[in-house]
Design a protein around this ligand. Structure first.
Ligand code: HEC
Length: 98
């Protein structure tokens, strides 16, 4: 059981992580354009994401970026500052669904 979990984790670390590393003084918008825009083209000009109310939080967004998901790569090389400013930017540029 533990070995199966390691194996799956190993696959995911190879397959679902992105080694993009922002330069230390990069603006959040620049990081988004470089690392996220290719998959996340905004559906309209006013908001990046339409978030469910329970997902409209810095902790949800930063966990998504850090850990990825089945379909989204994780970004392990972001510093804490990168993660904080990018999550803030994403939240500010998104709308919350009713
Ligand atoms: C290779 C494509 C890809 C890249 C690159 C990518 N994402 Fe994603 N992302 C996805 C997919 C697919 C989903 C939807 C599945 C899910 O929620 O896990 C998603 C979901 C999300 C969500 C959740 C949206 C919601 O409605 O709950 C956020 C927030 C997010 N991504 C932010 C980012 C940020 C910020 C970056 C750049 C650091 C990024 N993504 C890079 C593919 C990508």
């Amino acid at each position: 059981m533990a070995r199966a979990a390691c194996y799956l984790l190993g696959l995911c670390l190879m397959g679902c992580s992105n080694d993009y590393t922002p330069s230390p003084d990069a603006e959040a918008a620049h990081i988004f354009d470089s690392a996220c825009l290719k998959c996340h083209k905004p559906a309209n000009n006013t908001s990046l994401f339409q978030l469910k109310p329970e997902n409209a939080s810095l902790s949800y967004i930063s966990a998504k970026i850090r850990q990825g998901s089945f379909l989204m790569p994780a970004f392990p090389n972001f510093s804490e500052q990168d993660l904080a400013k990018l999550s803030q930017y994403v939240l500010e540029q998104s709308e919350t669904l009713e």
